[in-house]
Design a protein around this ligand. Structure first.
Ligand code: NAP
Length: 321
């Protein structure tokens, strides 16, 4: 490919946000499109979009301006906010940043498990109040975790939890045997049967039409009253009202939520103050230095694109992840 590519950098106004991008400057025409109007102007003649933060459905509004687009690279792992029917049906290839967030998210889950088990929140609160109060705390070794979504992130979470002596069972779309990490991966239909056995339920599937609302009243009622639920996938995977009701009724002991139906979580949400709930602002995957890693992945994929080689992390647009 000898022609000069035109790359639209969506959601950013300069190269600083994604280290390494500036190295392409001589080789490609970079167009920065921090908002939708600039994106509409930038799309005609563009071959590539490097996208990072469309609100759902926004690219669709300017899609008719994409007259030469061949590839969209997404800096997130979940592409639910990006995909729409015209893009799915088109020949435009979508790649994502799968793999970059795995280690940070596994560490985050371990941190949450330890926070609950070792009652660290209470220790901080008692220290603030200068209260010396000896307590017993839970052991995590020998407890059981159910990881729902056994993809790149779910597998790293499984490895991390196993390393500290937690028994891990995995649920994917369909049952499969002989998984090198998990042995049996259970199918979605086994979820309700496996929930009553888990002390930790970690949800990390993509948001697709099949996973929306996969945790509702029935799933929370099936959990142990001592169990904690951790959602790092997407807010739409969970019926939040049902979760709030289940927490109030004591159907489960706690929920650590990094993602929500509405983000930022509205100040009026009961989740902010319900006992046993840990709220974090969609940050479990983000670590110091991660934009550099995102930049490296894009540059590697861009070289492949220019060389006509297969791209890394091609998304199955029809499946939604
Ligand atoms: N909170 C954050 O900051 C953050 C950061 C990054 C990602 N995420 C979320 O995490 C998600 C997963 O990322 P990933 O990199 O692990 O994705 P991935 O490698 O593509 O894996 C997705 C997994 O989900 C499973 N799955 C898909 N549909 C399912 C269904 N209907 N029932 C049960 N399992 C289903 C897949 O099953 P199969 O193995 O059968 O295909 C696969 O194992 C992303 O899509 C995103 O929503 C959140």
């Amino acid at each position: 490919m000898s022609e000069r590519s035109v790359v639209v950098v969506q959601g950013r106004s300069d190269p600083e946000g994604l280290p390494g991008l500036e190295t392409l400057a001589g080789e490609v025409e970079l167009r920065y499109a921090p908002d939708l109007d600039r994106l509409r102007e930038a799309l005609p003649g563009a071959d590539v979009v490097l996208g990072s933060n469309f609100r759902s459905g926004r690219l669709r509004e300017v899609w008719s301006a994409a007259d030469r687009l061949r590839w969209i690279h997404w800096t997130g792992a979940g592409v639910d906010a990006l995909l729409f029917p015209e893009l799915i049906e088109s020949e435009v290839v979508v790649t994502n940043s799968r793999g970059i967030y795995d280690g940070a998210m596994a560490e985050y889950v371990l941190g949450l498990v330890l926070d609950y088990a070792k009652d660290l929140g209470r220790t901080h609160a008692l220290q603030q109040a200068r209260v010396w109060q000896h307590r017993l705390t839970e052991r995590i070794a020998g407890t059981r975790a159910l990881v729902v979504g056994t993809g790149s992130i779910g597998r790293e979470i499984a490895r991390m939890l196993r390393a500290v002596g937690i028994e891990v069972t995995g649920v994917g779309r369909r049952r499969r045997e002989n998984d090198p990490l998990l042995g049996t991966v259970h199918g979605r239909e086994a979820l309700d049967r496996l929930l009553p056995e888990a002390d930790w339920v970690v949800l990390v599937t993509p948001r697709t039409p099949q996973t929306e609302g996969m945790f509702g009243a029935a799933q929370f009622e099936a959990m142990k009253p001592t169990a904690r639920f951790i959602n790092l996938g997407r807010g739409a995977l969970v019926d939040e009202e049902a979760l709030i009701a289940a927490l109030r009724a004591g159907a489960l002991a706690g929920a650590a939520l990094d993602v929500f139906g509405t983000e930022p979580l509205p100040p009026a949400s009961p989740l902010w103050t319900l006992p046993g709930v840990i709220v974090s602002p969609h940050m479990s995957g983000d670590f110091f230095g991660y934009p550099r890693v995102l930049g490296e992945l894009f540059l590697d994929n861009f070289r492949r694109y220019r060389a006509g080689e297969p791209l890394r992390n091609v998304v199955d647009k029809a499946a939604g992840y």
